[in-house]
Design a protein around this ligand. Structure first.
Ligand code: BTN
Length: 257
């Protein structure tokens, strides 16, 4: 890392992960996946900007220079295939804790992978896993994008109503401090992911229970009420006809009256 201009990892992290920094890449997650065969240990890649930042559902993630943290963590957590979906909610808890450690903003989680401040999305998380023949994860890449401050010129029109930033103004020390706090918190949570050690905090930070939502599925949009988060981080919803369902994947949005 020396010479990159990015601060060195703090001592408590330096034996745990390698840190790589790039001024620009297409996507920190794509880049780490390409490098994966050569990487022996866990590796974190941070870029100043992404030219092809990726989000869930094939969407892009707006990644301009100077206003966001774009970071991916390549890890080999030794989780069973059934437990792999728990990595994203654990990372969400790590991001919320880091934001609150370093700012006075209260961070909430919008199931399953968005972090909200004041109802606006300030962070998205995309976890991808390379699976072996038995369905075991050879490695996982947890990609985290945080809008730290409003981008110059504002957010693009398609996300202008929904996107927000952690702070109203740029604060130069926030990017490395937030990155290191997220990494530290993520690795503190990792040993207890299978036993759902993060679940109480995930639940207490969940923004949706009690809210009216739209469930977006297979091209249709259904009204429902979010009623809770189950013990595998599924979103429990009740439909107007009384039917109950636990969502394991997919997307919901808050209904605005
Ligand atoms: C989402 O909101 O749907 C997830 C967004 C994830 C964005 C991060 S930024 C770092 C990493 N690289 C990517 O291309 N995507 C993730």
């Amino acid at each position: 890392m020396s010479g990159s201009g990015f601060p060195a990892l703090p001592p408590e992290l330096s034996g745990r992960v390698e840190l790589m920094f790039m001024p620009e890449c297409d996507s920190t997650s794509s880049c780490l996946k390409r490098l994966a065969p050569e990487l022996r240990g866990d590796t974190v890649l941070i870029a100043s900007r992404q030219t092809g930042g990726r989000g869930r559902m094939g969407r892009s993630f707006y990644s301009p220079e100077g206003s966001g943290l774009y970071m991916s963590i390549l890890t080999r957590p030794g989780l069973s295939p059934a437990d792999l979906p728990l990595l994203t909610p654990a990372a969400a808890v790590a991001v919320c804790g880091a934001i609150e450690e370093l700012t006075d903003r209260r961070a909430e989680i919008k199931w399953v992978n968005d972090i909200l401040i004041g109802g606006k999305k300030v962070c998205g998380i995309l976890t991808e896993s390379a699976l072996g023949p038995g369905g075991e994860a050879l490695y996982c890449v947890v990609g985290i994008g945080v809008n730290l401050s409003p981008p110059r010129g504002g957010f693009p029109e398609d996300i202008a109503d929904t996107a927000g930033s952690v702070l109203a103004e740029y604060r130069p020390d926030l990017l490395p401090k937030l990155a290191f706090s997220i990494i530290r918190r993520f690795y503190e949570l990792l040993p207890d992911v299978s036993s759902l050690g993060f679940l109480p905090e995930y639940r207490s930070r969940s923004a949706l229970p009690g809210r009216d939502i739209w469930v977006i599925r297979d091209g249709s949009v259904l009204p429902a009420r979010a009623v809770g988060v189950d013990d595998r981080c599924g979103l429990q919803v009740r439909y107007p006809d009384g039917a109950f369902e636990t969502l394991r994947s997919g997307e919901v949005t808050v209904r605005v009256r």
